[in-house]
Design a protein around this ligand. Structure first.
Ligand code: PA5
Length: 427
């Protein structure tokens, strides 16, 4: 099971004025217990529909079937089109599981013409499976790129193009849904009650994992294990509630509004961006106070952001994510004496030392941080991590009194963009 360590946020580690005193955490226990009970009761009434996705066996079986068919068809490349919740989760899965023995997995979440041109130049459409993921089926970026790629697929496969497309969308309505019915394109559902950034345990997360040869059973098992832990209404036994409590107290009582999410694992880089979206779109709804997320990555951002975190305004607190078991790659032995401390060490030891160095440096500067450690980066631990963050955001919604679902403020820009484009071609 993943482990959450909050010691370095506490007053006893970094002084009462900078860290959380025991009595503040204790004071939150009763209200957090009420929030957990409310969340559990609401679940039984059908709210928080995403939390039941890991239990949907039918969905698992359908995803497995699609993946088995792709294997039988000897698919070499998967082109996955999706943005926001429909792209960030699949990117996490791709970075964690793509390897020399898997299909090539290309996530296109851009409309940058230069990038699109490059994709068009290199993709071998005859052996490609095209996946379009859009819950609404109406988002400008993925839909425009889908139309582009579908044309390419049609050039390569003529009237058999539709057989090589899978669409993930709302099962009841939307442009994409109707388009697929007309074109006879296979669809997998993103359940109507599950919003984009909450969809990781629907085909949005399951299908990439299955296509990359991962074990989706283990992925949902991890989620269910975390679900069980997060049903405890005892603060110290519920990692999502504990993380939410730390987030809330550091922000509202200690004045740290910026939540830095920093995996010390390149393969987890995108989970920081996924969590950034989850926090920003779910909670960015109150001018007075809400967490401001910032995705970072170790060790690279030690060389860009750490200076600010160590000595700049005391506005940031940090979530580090580490994986304990790592592939064994070794620094050569025969180095100049100048490099004696690293000669013959594994790169895993180097990463661990960098993380520990940063963590201890922050503690010495009395800057709060937590660490989430995964025994290893496998399906089950990833399932635990995603589920942990999802429950946390719901509990944060309750403590901050913010509805975590929907993202109404995003619509203004979308509408203006549509108006601009409706005025006619600009080239
Ligand atoms: O969380 C959300 O709902 C959004 O970020 C969406 O995922 C994003 O806007 C993409 O939407 P769609 O999947 O409908 O194309």
């Amino acid at each position: 099971m993943l482990h959450l360590d909050i010691q370095s946020t506490l007053a006893k580690a970094i002084t009462p004025s900078m860290g959380i005193p025991d009595q503040e955490l204790t004071a939150l226990r009763t209200s957090m217990k009420r929030h957990i009970d409310d969340y559990l009761r609401e679940r039984t009434q059908g709210e928080h529909a995403w939390s039941m996705d890991p239990y949907d066996k039918q969905m698992l079986d359908r995803v497995k079937e699609v993946a088995m068919h792709a294997k039988a068809e000897r698919i070499k490349t998967v082109v996955w089109i999706g943005i926001g919740g429909s792209g960030l989760g699949p990117k996490v899965i791709q970075e964690a599981f793509e390897g020399p023995d898997t299909v090539e997995f290309v996530v296109i979440d851009t409309i940058d013409p230069a990038m699109l041109q490059t994709y068009l130049d290199v993709i071998e459409w005859k052996s490609t499976l095209l996946v379009i993921a859009s819950k609404s089926g109406d988002t400008l970026e993925p839909m425009s790129v889908f139309f582009l790629c579908y044309e390419e697929l049609k050039k390569a496969r003529k009237e058999r193009a539709a057989e090589r497309v899978v669409a993930l969308t709302d099962p009841t309505s939307g442009y994409l849904h109707n388009f697929c019915l007309n074109e006879n394109i296979q669809m997998l559902p993103i359940p109507t009650a599950v919003g984009g950034r909450y969809s990781i345990f629907t085909p949005v997360g399951l299908l990439p994992l299955a296509l990359l040869g991962g074990d989706i059973g283990q992925f949902v098992r991890g989620a269910k294990e975390m679900d069980t832990q997060c049903q405890s209404n005892i603060l110290n036994e519920n990692p999502a509630a504990l993380l939410a409590a730390v987030q809330y107290l550091l922000d509202t009582k200690k004045g740290y509004p910026v939540r830095v999410i920093m995996p010390y694992s390149q393969r987890l880089q995108s989970i920081a961006r996924w969590n950034q979206q989850l926090i920003a779109e779910s909670l960015g709804k109150k001018e007075t106070a809400n967490p401001i997320p910032l995705a970072a990555i170790g060790t690279q951002d030690q060389h860009s952001l750490l200076q600010q975190w160590m000595a700049g305004p005391r506005k940031t607190w940090h979530i580090f994510i580490t994986e304990l078991e790592k592939p064994r790659v070794i620094v050569p032995e025969n180095l100049d004496r100048h490099w004696a401390e690293i000669a013959g060490k594994t790169f895993g030891q180097l990463v661990d030392a960098c993380y520990e160095g940063t963590s201890r440096a922050l503690t010495s500067a009395k800057r709060p941080h937590v660490t989430i450690s995964l025994a290893r980066l496998d399906e089950a631990h990833l399932g635990q991590l995603f589920f942990l963050f999802l429950v946390e955001v719901v509990l944060l919604g309750k403590v901050y009194r913010i509805d975590p679902y929907g993202q109404p403020a995003v619509e203004t820009g979308k509408k203006i963009t549509k108006d601009i484009l409706s005025r006619g071609r600009t080239e």
